[in-house]
Design a protein around this ligand. Structure first.
Ligand SMILES: [Zn+2]
Length: 210
């Protein structure tokens, strides 16, 4: 469990090994700027690291992480919106991937209106943030209840679809999707399997990538 002193040990390995190996890439990124083709919106969860899961170098993914990988609807001027705006309008990414995951604490908190019998937090921020999943939660509870593993998995997957639907509420996102310049994707990372499932647009199902 790295605290700062242990992080610095990792940093020294980075300086000795990774940075020299990627020196030309970093030099190019400094001279020519970043040109990532893909934006990822994923959870803040320490177990779900997009660059590690997709095994990519610096400069390849433009990433936003927050509790439960959520995108609120257009119009609120929130931090996710600023990142999406920058990615779509300035970096001109070709795809946005919303990646949910198993054992998501944010989805569980929303589903059960609390966490492990404890209230959602003193400031109410987790409650306020995950409240946007209210309609999603109601649908999941109607079908699966709120206690089972199936319910949580359904919540985690439905949250991905919720965020993609909200991305479509950004007019300049929808414009680019319709012109073919931008593709919206969903995925689910199963922690227990270390496996990725991609959302199939036609069927609405998450399909194993092996
Ligand atoms: Zn999560």
């Amino acid at each position: 469990m790295p605290e700062y002193a242990e992080l610095l040990q990792g940093y020294r390995r980075f300086r000795e090994d990774s940075f020299p190996a990627l020196k030309d890439k970093y030099a190019d990124l400094v001279s020519n700027g970043q040109h990532p083709k893909l934006m990822v919106i994923s959870c803040s969860d320490s177990r779900v690291e997009p660059a590690r899961i997709f095994d990519v170098d610096p400069g390849e993914l433009f990433v936003v992480r927050n509790v439960a990988a959520l995108v609120p609807p257009f119009g609120a001027g929130h931090s996710v919106a600023s990142a999406v705006e920058f990615a779509v309008q300035f970096l001109e990414v070709k795809q946005i991937l919303v990646m949910g995951h198993g054992q998501c604490g944010g989805c569980k908190a929303s589903l059960t209106r609390g966490f492990a019998g404890k209230p959602l937090g003193q400031g109410g921020a987790v409650d306020a943030w995950t409240a946007q999943l209210g309609a999603v939660r109601d649908g999941v509870i109607a079908e699966h209840g709120s206690e089972s593993e199936e319910a949580l998995r359904a919540m985690e997957m439905a949250a991905v679809k919720h965020s993609i639907a909200n991305l479509r509420s950004f007019p300049w996102v929808t414009e680019k999707v319709q012109s073919g310049a931008l593709k919206l994707r969903g995925a689910f990372f199963s922690l227990s399997e270390g496996a990725l499932y991609s959302l199939d647009e036609a069927s609405g199902e998450f399909v194993s990538e092996g």
